[in-house]
Design a binder for this molecule. Structure first.
Ligand code: FES
Length: 157
């Protein structure tokens, strides 16, 4: 990068920071990526769809087959979570028989019907939730709520 373009970038960043300070409005953060995850018409109770979000981190979409808090879809039964355990970052797997997410390393257990709460340690934190929306027949991931995905300093894509 040339010295002139470095200077232009610095001046642009300074102008944005000065505007934010003068108006009291923070500069807009980059939007979290919206990502296609599944076809709504193809999901059925008990399904688990693995995907990555916000970038290459594993996540899982679940159709729990019954209405749950924050669930989407016609039954209010579809939720999604980061699939990285909050203890030390190992993958969690959906065990359909018990309808729970279980860590593959030290067996922490998370309840997807209760916002990803940790119900058995050693993890002391629940799983971050992946926000979902439906447009037509497509389910999109739109953001992360309830904490940082394990290993990230920021949930933005
Ligand atoms: S990494 Fe999941 S319980 Fe330790």
């Amino acid at each position: 990068m040339s010295e002139a373009s470095s200077r232009r970038l610095f001046l642009r960043a300074s102008a944005v920071a000065a505007t934010a300070a003068a108006t009291g409005v923070a500069a807009a953060a980059p939007a979290t990526a919206s990502k296609k995850i599944a076809k709504l018409s193809e999901l059925k109770p008990g399904d688990a769809v693995n995907f990555t979000y916000p970038q290459d981190e594993p996540a899982v979409l679940l159709d729990l087959g019954r209405r749950v808090s924050g669930g989407i879809g016609p039954r209010g039964s579809i939720v999604a979570y980061s699939a990285l355990c909050q203890h030390m970052g190992c993958p969690v797997n959906f065990e359909a028989q018990r309808a729970q997410l279980v860590c593959s390393c030290h067996a922490s257990v998370f309840d997807p019907a209760r916002g990803g709460d940790c119900i058995e340690g050693p993890s002391t934190r629940g799983l971050p939730r992946i926000a979902l929306k439906v447009e037509g027949d497509t389910v999109f991931a739109t953001g992360v709520t309830g904490g940082l995905v394990y290993g990230r300093g920021c949930n933005r894509a």
